[in-house]
Design a protein around this ligand. Structure first.
Ligand SMILES: Cc1cc2nc3c(=O)[nH]c(=O)nc-3n(C[C@H](O)[C@H](O)[C@H](O)COP(=O)(O)OP(=O)(O)OC[C@H]3O[C@@H](n4cnc5c(N)ncnc54)[C@H](O)[C@@H]3O)c2cc1C
Ligand code: FES
Length: 249
């Protein structure tokens, strides 16, 4: 893990790319805390924002987002050469299925698609990737996913790409498969129920609100069958069967 002040290479309403020469090796599904006030000059916003590492190539580290509030609006408004605080890589990330037989079904919804890109790239033809959004334009990283050698399908609420409806309606898990999901809680809950019905493992990456990212603030805890666990340090990826789904935000 490193704490660094990175230089912005590019930024727009869909993401930010940073130059972080000291960025270490990381696992697909890990994240970083991005601080918009790296020099502590105005303390606004006070807290960093958690973002999945979309892709990293050496010291070139990419994040993708939708603008939903002040933090992401400020990220989108950054210019090349601006400074941004980076703490990462953080969390556990995804673990590829051990066996070689079944498929890895990756299910992403909303901003959750960002944390799946590198995992899909790592799995290649073993991955069946299902991405959902309100519209085709709302699917983060869509063109990059289309360039991967994976079995890729889309679901959109308005029918602008692929299946009209919910992304989980595409899953159809079979024995031997393993499910990996990231997105809204209701979507991951539905993915877990389908995996459970098929008797296959399901891993979900949670997007709790976070203040520190390193296990200090207690802001991210979720209930599990072993008590409360930190999303930032024990997760963000959890076995779905361990979570108390009724207690998730
Ligand atoms: C491990 C992790 C990885 C993430 N990766 C990404 C990513 O790759 N791309 C991306 O776009 N977002 C990602 N998020 C979510 C992102 O951190 C938040 O959307 C962001 O912090 C919002 O900041 P803001 O200041 O723009 O919005 P705020 O003004 O803080 O909030 C705007 C709205 O978004 C809601 N919101 C804020 N944070 C969350 C959250 N964590 N979960 C659900 N709703 C939230 C608020 O309730 C509010 O309605 C990730 C979160 C986690 C924990
Ligand atoms: S974000 Fe502070 S403990 Fe997890």
């Amino acid at each position: 893990m490193i704490r660094a002040i990175a230089s912005v290479l590019r930024a727009d309403a869909h993401g930010v790319t940073l130059d972080v020469p000291e960025w270490p090796a990381h696992r697909p599904g890990q994240f970083a805390m991005l601080s918009l006030d790296p020099h502590g000059l105005h303390l606004d916003p006070l807290l960093p924002r958690p973002m999945a590492v979309f892709r990293a190539d050496g010291g070139r580290v990419e994040f993708r987002f939708h603008v939903v509030g002040r933090g992401t609006a400020l990220l989108a408004a950054l210019s090349p050469g601006d400074d941004l605080g980076v703490l990462g890589p953080l969390g556990n990330g995804f673990t590829a299925p051990a066996g070689s037989g079944g498929r890895a079904i990756l299910v992403g919804g909303g901003t959750g698609t960002a944390s799946l890109y590198e995992f899909a790239a790592q799995l290649g033809s073993r991955a069946r990737v299902l991405l959902g959004g309100r519209t085709r334009g709302a699917i983060l990283g869509l063109a990059d996913f289309e360039a991967l050698p994976v079995d890729l399908q889309f679901a959109t609420e308005d029918g602008s790409s692929g299946h009209r409806g919910l992304v989980t309606e595409l899953m159809a898990p079979e024995p031997g498969d393993e499910v990996f999901a990231c997105g809204p809680t209701a979507m991951m809950d539905a993915a877990w129920r389908l995996a459970q019905a098929a008797g296959v493992p399901c891993h979900v990456s949670l997007e709790s609100r976070m203040a520190c990212g390193i296990g200090i603030c207690l802001g991210c805890v979720v209930p599990t069958d072993q008590g409360f666990r930190y999303v930032c340090t024990d997760g963000p990826v959890f076995d779905a069967e361990r979570l108390d789904w009724k207690g998730l935000p």
